[in-house]
Ligand binder design. Sequence first.
Ligand code: CP
Ligand code: NVA
Length: 303
Amino acid sequence: MAFGQKHCVTLDAYSAGELTEILDLAVRQKADAEVYRRTPVLKNKAVGLVFEKPSLRTRLSFEVAIAQLGGQAIYLGPEAGRIGEREPVLDFAKVSARYLDGFVLRVHDHSVLEECAKHGGVPVINALSDDRHPCQALGDMLTIREKLGKIAGARIAYVGDPNNVCKSLAVAACKLGAEMVIASPHHYRLDDGFRKVLKGPGKVREESDPQAAVAGADAVYTDVWTSMGQEEEADARARVFRPYQLNEALMAKAPKAVVMHCLPAHRGEEVTEGVIDGPQSVVYDQAENRLHAQRALMTLLFA
Ligand code: CP
Ligand code: NVA
């Protein structure tokens, strides 16, 4: 099948076939390094990693994947300031694209990614924005497929803040036929604009009762209550999300589920130590799968 995407700013325009193509290739590359060594699509190419926010997993997994595909990663971190601060985003995009063959960008404002995709003329990959985290969702889908043997029909419960991670997971889950339930407090719900983006065959449902959401789930997922950039709201969020903690009592409702978290985790806040370090947790395999999913994504985007 022809891979039709030029960028990965969100997964909204990706077909189920394209998502499956990425996951299939990730599985093949993970099983046998010769598969990507034979197609070093980034040979003699440079990819800029411009990160306005800190990162461990995303930065390392992209740098390693770029090296494995024969390319060079050039990192600019938060100390370089926000994109658009020193000069217009338009100039950042047009100038950088004269040196680079692609961008991996971690930004506050999601529209910066869209502007770079529009004006840069080279592939733009979203390494997290305030609104979305598509590469996380690709790694998560790979993990669900590995652990459950399927994505279509899988029951995923997401408990906590319906944030960037949750939204990208919902888009991918819905396209690939999973059933996702999001349990969150009333004032923290998906907005109507985003709900329109969700396209089946899967389903995404919201509810306020975490116990009902996780009952019988195949995968139970959570993320921090306070995302990067929301630090001033941390106290208020800790109070309102407290009943949504992933703890032993809640996990008793889903004794067969795998426990997922994009990491970094705040042990004792959104998840207890017993749960994240317990036998149901797959968080380190999940973190590893970022590498395999992103390597496959870049193989297809840069082919
Ligand atoms: N999950 C994730 O994106 O982790 P980092 O913030 O460490 O990149
Ligand atoms: N929702 C978190 C994810 C970190 C990987 C954040 O945006 O900070």
